[in-house]
Design a protein around this ligand. Structure first.
Ligand code: GLN
Length: 324
């Protein structure tokens, strides 16, 4: 579909504005990620009716990392239902770093599925459901949302698998409390692989647009996620998606979003648009500096904040009123 010129001009302008900023550091705790190029900066926007606008290095591939977490959470909800999943992982912001070794008091659940403890639990549940097919199922679901067959980065996967002692510690703590079933090593292996799936900004914006379009990919028309689960995925992204910056993000930008340590940020504006950016320079909380600032500007320019008076929304109520 033809993209609107004014949107292309706005995205080009914001890309140029933030490309000259070099604040932040490349993540090195997964050694392979340290090889990222600090000049790389891409952005893509896909509307809920399938228009695509891109700027900068929007075709450079990077590993999805934590942006995989809301997607696998949606898959677990579909496989088990909300009641069962909620016995193993909560929905409360932790206020702590993504890799903190901490569980809820009394329930012993991870706080939410966006911190590593919760995401590893979710992947372990998927493994219990799908067995050896788990990674294949994850890959096909992510590919359907992106609208093309994705691949994973063998080097990043091996690098994290070799050095991911903290995630191993988290997984064994979860096993100790009976939050995950026996096969923690198999679940960890799949978790490391899912984090190593390669996407570019266009893929990520298409995944975001799929969520924005109630689970249906607006370009391929494939029905990827259950419509009821999209609400759950976006809620958790809204409250917990930017780690211990989530409160500030909700205040400043006001849309569901998810970041990853390789430098991707994915934002979803319900029934309107999916936004993705990539820049590997991260702030102290592990969020992409250029990604945060660009998205904040875009939200401001377009009135995307959920409580912005310019955001007319597209609720059922609005549609009913318009049709009267
Ligand atoms: N694979 C990374 C980890 O588990 C994902 C973390 C992230 O993107 N914040 O540490």
């Amino acid at each position: 579909m033809q993209e609107p010129n004014w949107l292309q001009e706005l995205i080009d302008h914001l890309h140029t504005k933030h490309a000259s900023h070099y604040e932040g550091e490349i993540a090195t705790y997964i050694p392979e990620l340290g090889k990222a190029n600090p000049d790389h900066f891409g952005v893509a926007v896909v509307t809920a009716d399938g228009r695509v606008v891109e700027a900068g290095n929007s075709d450079v591939c990077f590993t999805i990392q934590s942006i995989s977490k809301p997607l696998t959470y949606g898959m677990a909800l579909e496989a088990y239902g909300e009641e069962r999943v909620s016995k193993h992982v909560g929905v409360e912001p932790s206020g702590d770093a993504f890799n903190s070794i901490e569980l809820e008091k009394i329930t012993n659940r991870p706080f939410n599925p966006m911190v590593n403890a919760g995401a590893i639990t979710v992947t372990a549940m998927l493994y219990q459901h799908y067995g050896e097919r788990t990674f294949h199922e994850i890959m096909s679901r992510f590919s359907a949302a992106a609208g093309r067959q994705l691949e994973f980065d063998e080097e990043v996967y091996r690098s994290e698998s070799r050095t991911g002692h903290r995630n191993r510690a988290i997984a064994y703590l979860l096993l100790n409390f009976g939050m995950v079933p026996e096969h923690v090593e198999a679940a960890l292996d799949i978790y490391f692989k899912q984090c190593s799936i390669l996407v570019n900004c266009r893929d990520l914006a298409t995944i975001a647009a799929t969520l924005s379009n109630l689970g249906t990919n607006p370009i391929t028309k494939a029905e990827v996620f259950d419509i009821d689960r999209v609400k759950d995925m976006m809620s958790i992204m809204f409250t917990c998606g930017m780690y211990d910056y989530s409160g500030q993000w909700a205040y400043r930008v006001g849309v569901p979003a998810k970041s990853g340590v390789s430098g991707g940020v994915m934002s979803v504006v319900n029934r309107q648009v999916g936004i993705a950016s990539y820049s590997p320079l991260l702030d102290s909380k592990g969020n992409s500096c250029r990604g945060i600032n660009l998205c904040a500007d875009l939200a401001q320019e377009l009135g995307l904040h959920v409580f912005d008076c310019m955001n007319a929304g597209s609720s059922y109520l609005n549609a009913m009123l318009e049709n009267q």
